[in-house]
Design a protein around this ligand. Structure first.
Ligand SMILES: [Zn+2]
Length: 64
């Protein structure tokens, strides 16, 4: 969904998502929320650097 907000989806997929947003208020709200958050973060000078975020592999399972 964030890929759609970022405009990274192919034209065909993007159209499909747009059509879905038209009939799904939940996803539409989520999309607008992500868009708003990105706008605020951009205003603060924050840059979406993904490097190093998932280097740990998510939830820790090495406990036992
Ligand atoms: Zn939906």
């Amino acid at each position: 969904m964030e890929a759609y907000v970022d405009g990274e989806l192919p034209a065909g997929h993007r159209a499909a998502v747009a059509a879905h947003l038209r009939v799904c208020p939940g996803c539409r709200t989520h999309a607008e929320m992500v868009r708003a958050i990105k706008a605020v973060l951009a205003r603060c000078g924050w840059q979406p650097t993904v490097s190093g975020v998932s280097s740990r592999g998510g939830p820790r399972r090495s406990g036992r």
